[in-house]
Design a binder for this molecule. Structure first.
Ligand code: G3P
Ligand code: MG
Length: 363
C-alpha cells in the first residue's frame, strides 16, 4: 500500500514555466466596467493553455466570492474564475482571528463589509454605523439616514473595549469614520468616549490598513483618491492630537506580505490545475513563503507603479505595466523615481501577457 507521501513523490507536479498575478482595477476593470476585449481574451487564453494565474488587488469591501462572481459576470467568462484565485486587500487579515476578537471594521458598504469580517471568523464585528446607532452625536454631520441605521446597524455595548481597528476599504462617510477611528486610537484602552494622555506614537488599539493606495483608476479621466488618502488623514490628525507619529500597520501591495500570500495561492492554483487539491482549503500563514516554488517565472501585471510594479519588483517577480489605469505615458519623466517594469510597458493586458507567453514559448 503506497503511503500518501510516496504517492505525492511519484506524482510530484512538474513546475509551470510561467504564471501571472493580475491587478484588477486599471488592468481588467475600470471600477465597474470591464476593459474589453482584452481582459476576457487574456483570462480565456491562460485558461485554455492551463497557465496558472491569481488576482491580487488592493480592492475589497466584499467577500472574495462576491468579487469573483461580479468579475465572472462582467467578463462573461466561459470558464468562471474560482474564489480561491483571488486575494483582496484584506484577504490576508483572515489570519488575525486568533489575535483579535472585537474588531472595528471601517470602510466599504454595509452589510457587505461586515459579512466579510464575519466570514473570516472574527467574534464581534463592529461597524461605524453601529456606533452611530448608540451615540448619534459622535459626529455632528453623519451621513447615515434613519432608515439605514434601522436596517443596517446592530446593537453594540460601547462600554466594552475594541481590540483593533481594521480598514477594509475606502470610507463611504469619511467624516464619521475619521472621527470614530481617531477616538478609538486616542481612547483609554480602546473604550470609545474616553481620551488618554498625549505623547505616545503607539495607538491605544492597533490599526491595520488593508492598503495604502493614494490613487486608483476608476475610469474617470484622472486617478481618484484611494484608501491611502484616508490613511494620510488619520496619520496627520493623530500627529496633531498626540504630538507623535502614528505607529500603524499597512498590508496590501506593494508590501511583501501580500505577494507572499499571493505566491502561496498561485502555487495552490497550479496544484489544482494538476489535479492536486491539497492546498485548496489551506489559509497561507502571514509572511510564510511556500515550501517550494511551483511556478518558475511569475509576472505581476499592474497599472500602478507605486503598488503593483514596486511590489512585484521588490518581490523578485517580473513586472508588466499597462496603460489602461493609473500610469499614463510620460509619468516616468514627470516622476523619475517611480518603479519601472522589468518586462515592459504595454497598451493593455493582452499585449503584455501574450508577449510574456511568447517569451516562454507557450504560444
Ligand atoms: O480600492 C481599489 C484600489 O485601491 C486599487 O485596486 O485592483 O488596482 O489594486 P487595484
Ligand atoms: Mg490597479
Amino acid at each position: 500500500m503506497l503511503s500518501l507521501q510516496f504517492k505525492r513523490l511519484i506524482h510530484s507536479i512538474k513546475k509551470s514555466p510561467v504564471g501571472f498575478a493580475f491587478d484588477i482595477d486599471g488592468v481588467l476593470m475600470q471600477s465597474k466596467n470591464p476593459i474589453l476585449p482584452y481582459a476576457r481574451d487574456t483570462v480565456t487564453l491562460l485558461q485554455d493553455h492551463k497557465i496558472p494565474f491569481v488576482l491580487l488587488t488592493n480592492g475589497g469591501g466584499q467577500t472574495e466570492a462576491s468579487r469573483v462572481s461580479f468579475l465572472n459576470k462582467s467578463l462573461s467568462l466561459k470558464n468562471p474564475l474560482r474564489t480561491s484565485q483571488i486575494v483582496l486587500s484584506h484577504t490576508p487579515m483572515r489570519n488575525l482571528t486568533g489575535k483579535y476578537n472585537r474588531v472595528l471594521v471601517v470602510g466599504g458598504d454595509d452589510p457587505q463589509t461586515r459579512e466579510v469580517a464575519q466570514s473570516y471568523g472574527f467574534q464581534e464585528v463592529i461597524r461605524p454605523i453601529d456606533i452611530v446607532r448608540e451615540a448619534p452625536n459622535i459626529w455632528p454631520f453623519i451621513r447615515y439616514t434613519r432608515e439605514e441605521i434601522q436596517a443596517l446597524s446592530k446593537p453594540v455595548d460601547l462600554r466594552q473595549p475594541i481590540d483593533a481597528v481594521f480598514v477594509f476599504n475606502d470610507p463611504r462617510d469619511m467624516g464619521t469614520d475619521t472621527q470614530i477611528v481617531i477616538d478609538a486610537l486616542c481612547s483609554e484602552n480602546g473604550v470609545l468616549g474616553t481620551r488618554r494622555g498625549i505623547g505616545s506614537s503607539k495607538p491605544s488599539v492597533p490599526i491595520i490598513f488593508s492598503n495604502m493606495d493614494l490613487l486608483w483608476s476608476t475610469g474617470y479621466p484622472i486617478p481618484r483618491f484611494g484608501q491611502g488618502a484616508f490613511r494620510l488623514t488619520i496619520r496627520e490628525l493623530y500627529k496633531q492630537l498626540n504630538n507623535a507619529e502614528l505607529e500603524d500597520i499597512v498590508l496590501g501591495k506593494p508590501w511583501p506580505v501580500s505577494y507572499t500570500y499571493a505566491e502561496n495561492v498561485l502555487n495552490d492554483e497550479w496544484k489544482l490545475l494538476n489535479g492536486d487539491r491539497s492546498g485548496a482549503n489551506e489559509i497561507p500563514e502571514l509572511g510564510v513563503k511556500p515550501k517550494e516554488q511551483l511556478v518558475e517565472n511569475v509576472y505581476m501585471v499592474g497599472d500602478n507603479p507605486q503598488s503593483d510594479i514596486s511590489g512585484g519588483n521588490n518581490y523578485g517577480w517580473e513586472t508588466i505595466l499597462v496603460e489602461t489605469g493609473v500610469y499614463k505615458e510620460g509619468d516616468f519623466h514627470k516622476y523619475p523615481t517611480l518603479a519601472k517594469p522589468t518586462f515592459g510597458i504595454f497598451p493593455n493586458v493582452w499585449d503584455g501577457v501574450t508577449s510574456a507567453l511568447k517569451r516562454h514559448q507557450v504560444i
